[in-house]
Write a protein that binds this ligand. Structure first.
Ligand code: NDP
Length: 444
């Protein structure tokens, strides 16, 4: 059995009941086989892969808080500090009822490679809670965030571990979390990113993930003598990543015709009116369904199936494993040529393999959604310098980072004779830097 297969089996045996973590590890180890095979003895004797797949630390804690009826609620809180070889742990916090240790380990593991690809000095981590902010009052969200941070603040810091937002954690939650950290630790420091502009946030951080997805898509298209101009695009989700992917794709001449949330999807053949989506989602915290009531010619369909809408480019920006084999077959049969992941692992392994085997140019999330964490790292730089850069400066840096990521993953794929296999390219390019740093730092 090869070293990568052995380590995968060990992960499955030692981490029972964690399917998402197994899935993420398998994808990475399969890609790394060509690299490991070249130097197997050395990697084996240093147990490089065993160390790579084991988080440095997992913190799990109780989060008690009081709801509006005076009842005490209890949630689970976590922080997975996965790998600090190239910098302080960095990665978002997710508040969603589905959050468990498997999901956070998969996200933390992916984050290690993603952060490496940005070229910036940030290690990988992820955290969150099974708390559901949906339908809660502002006071309840604040009570939860304060309790969560009262415990988490013992383990994080501007030079140790710097969380950010993710699903269910936006500007409001980051504000409450930052306020509590400052109060308990008595430190005004850049311990979180995605902060508001009046207290250390960076311009363009809100837009960064979605913009970055489209910047790297644009590089991919240029490299294949194509452009976004006039293309039909479907974007899944209607949260932070989705909204700003739609904005940038539209600015670059594409027509985005569909978006969704976890209840259903809207189709607007005339092109999505983003001001209305923003009003529904960002201002009123409503459901995407309302779009069809407000825009003539738009329709709403309850349930899954957004992939039935014909498009040239599909940008899954909602959640893990949202696009399966049937979905991808339908997309391809309808002429889809590009799939670029805005979410983390939104495409199942079978769907990814099928897409790549059938001529789709596919960019994996760890490369294509890295603009968010990259801009978080730019926020950390600004906090350390006690300076704020203009939106033009931040946007230019973000754009250059995405251009560089495309070059790195394309180069790694070519070096291993798999041109246009950006899954392998991203895993290898991310791995090379982390493993070099790990080996230089000894047995830690
Ligand atoms: P948000 O919470 O802002 O938005 C998530 C969106 O996805 C919502 O519209 C939500 O709908 C929808 N959604 C969730 N589950 C499903 C489902 N099963 N089917 C259809 N739609 C669903 O999160 P973000 O936009 O921040 O994050 C989206 C993805 O991008 C996640 O995978 C995240 O890890 C990843 N990501 C985010 C980054 C960031 O900077 N924010 C950075 C890098 C990656 P509903 O309201 O119904 O739940």
């Amino acid at each position: 059995m090869s070293y990568t297969e052995e380590v995968y089996e060990r992960v499955v045996a030692q981490n029972p009941g964690e399917p998402e973590f197994h899935q993420a590890v398998k994808e990475v180890l399969d890609s790394l086989k060509v690299v490991i095979d070249k130097n197997e003895e050395k990697y084996r004797s240093l147990s490089v892969l065993e160390r790579l797949v084991e988080p440095e630390r997992i913190i799990s804690f109780r989060v008690p808080w009081v709801d509006d009826n005076g009842k005490v609620q209890v949630n689970k809180g976590y922080r997975v500090q996965f790998n600090s070889a190239i910098g302080p742990y960095k990665g978002g916090l997710r508040f969603h009822p589905t959050v468990n240790q498997s999901i956070l380990k998969f996200l933390g593991f992916e984050q290690v490679f993603k952060n490496s690809l940005t070229g910036l000095p940030i290690g990988g981590g992820k955290g969150g809670s099974n708390f559901d902010p949906k339908g809660k009052s502002d006071r309840e969200v604040m009570a939860f965030c304060q309790s969560f941070m009262t415990e988490l603040c013992k383990y994080i810091g501007a030079d140790t571990d710097v969380p950010a937002g993710d699903i269910g954690v936006g500007g409001r939650e980051i504000g409450y979390l930052f306020g509590q950290y400052k109060r308990v630790r008595d430190l005004y420091e850049g311990v979180l990113t995605g902060k508001g502009l009046t207290y250390g946030g960076s311009l363009i951080r809100t837009e960064a993930t979605g913009y970055g997805v489209v910047y790297i898509l644009n590089e991919l298209m240029k490299d294949h003598n194509d452009s976004l101009d006039g293309k039909t695009v479907v974007v899944t989700g209607s949260g932070n990543v989705a909204i700003y992917a739609v904005q940038k794709a539209t600015q670059l001449g594409a027509k985005v015709v569909a978006m969704c949330d976890s209840n259903g999807y809207i189709h607007d053949p005339n092109g999505i009116n983003l001001d209305i989506v923003k009003d529904i989602k960002e201002v009123k915290r409503g459901r995407i369904k309302e779009y069809a009531d407000r825009v003539e010619g738009a329709t709403y369909t309850e349930g899954v199936g957004i992939w039935n809408i014909k498009c040239d480019v599909y940008l899954p920006c909602a959640t893990q494993n949202e696009l399966d084999l049937d979905g991808v077959k339908t997309l391809i049969a309808n002429g889809c040529k590009y799939i670029v992941e805005g979410a983390n692992m939104p495409t199942t392994r079978e769907a990814t393999d099928y897409a790549m085997a059938n001529g789709v140019l596919f960019l994996p999330g760890k490369a294509s959604n890295a603009g968010g964490v990259a801009t978080s790292a730019l926020e950390m730089s600004q906090n350390s310098q006690r300076l704020s850069w203009t939106s033009e400066e931040v946007d230019a840096k973000l754009h250059q980072i995405m251009v560089d990521i495309y070059a790195k993953i394309s180069d790694a794929a070519k070096r291993y004779d798999m041109p246009d296999n950006f899954v392998v390219g991203a895993n290898i390019a991310g791995f090379e830097k982390v493993v070099d740093a790990m080996m230089a730092q000894g047995i830690v």
